[in-house]
Write a protein that binds this ligand. Sequence first.
Ligand SMILES: Cc1ncc(COP(=O)(O)O)c(C=O)c1O
Length: 433
Amino acid sequence: MILNKKNVNLFKELIISERPLNIVVDRIEEDKFIDVEGNQYMDLTSGYGVVNIGWKNKQLLETIHQQTNKMAFSPPWLATNEAIDLANTLISISPNSLKKCCKTLSGTDANETIFKAINCYTEKKGVISYNYSYHGGLHFALSLSDSLRYKFPKHATSKDIHLVDPPYCYRCKYNKTPDTCNLECMHSILQLLETRNDISSICIEPILGSAGVIIPPVAYYEQLKEICNQYNIFMVVDEVLTGFGRIGKMTACALYNINPAAISYGKGISSGYIAISAALLNAKLSDALSNYEDVSSSLSWSPLACKVAKANIDIIIKNNLCTNAAIMGFYFLENLKELFIKYCYENIGEVRGIGLLIGVEIVKTKLCKEEHPLLVKKFIITALKKGLFVCASWDFSTIIFMPVLSITRKEINHSLKIIEEVLITITRNRVSY
Ligand SMILES: Cc1ncc(COP(=O)(O)O)c(C=O)c1O
């Protein structure tokens, strides 16, 4: 641990970063991370929902090589065929309502750009967003996120943001079950729209990932769509984590049949091989934004980034990775349920998932439902010691599994063996957690 420890300390001294673990990774070999001391790690996070097509995809590496030789960068005011190809592809896989793309660089950037466009369209400044949600680490995107619960830095724009509870059925505030639910959690949205006239939009994380994989019921979005129409507000869908096959469909909008006013894409758009993202807008918003100069980043949508993103999406489609995510996700979910029930029944709040986005919510007891971050951290650290990367929700209430979408049954079985060892280790000799 000498090299790892020394370099992690150096890293922390020089770079502000989120919760670095005590290892320094050096390279990937045969889909495994190798750290500076030569230890191997299998990754069940795909780099926090980024590397959808898998590591070191040969076709993508070849595309990078060829496009770098052809033209890596061009000035932002020049058109390229690579950008046209990518825009066409993005529009073709997105809901019909979306007509134009904005060139952006990260998920945060895409969300910021959408609200820039909304500000160009209307004087109304109010936005509804969800408690528990995460939309990015910069000014407006951070205001849209649940910064109180997750201790994000303070920001200035929050007075216009109205956070409401998402449909978090496991922790339903109205003590309803799916049988008795009348979508009571929609009331806070309705109340805001009835009492204020400054609300322009609602920003949703369609399945809340960083909060611990909260999956709203279909009926919820059916009603939300009606409400958005009735009150004439823009529905903005943040697909940064859910997009490009993660949930077994190309988008959460396809899953819930949503035709939003805007979508933000990031992460899986290029599987992390290069930094790029996109915001797609409907005609009203793109017209409004087009009245002004384009002030996107000089670095966004370089020909190299566009080519990589387009090739990445082609690979997702050609290799049926959405279907693989749906099938493997179901298999993984069922087996995880079995294992967790076998080894820590009393601590399982809920095991839930869709495609390869799976959360295991851990509680002190089934009855009290109190969160148990200590046990979640113990699971993650023990998994790390056994050569497995697993991540958690922001508040460590839920263990999150989101492997690459190309994962095979054999690889899942291998992961399950290590997970079983982790569960045996953390539950051995315990009196009570
Ligand atoms: C739903 C969602 N939106 C936005 C972001 C921010 O994306 P980025 O880290 O690329 O800025 C994230 C990142 O985790 C996310 O999960």
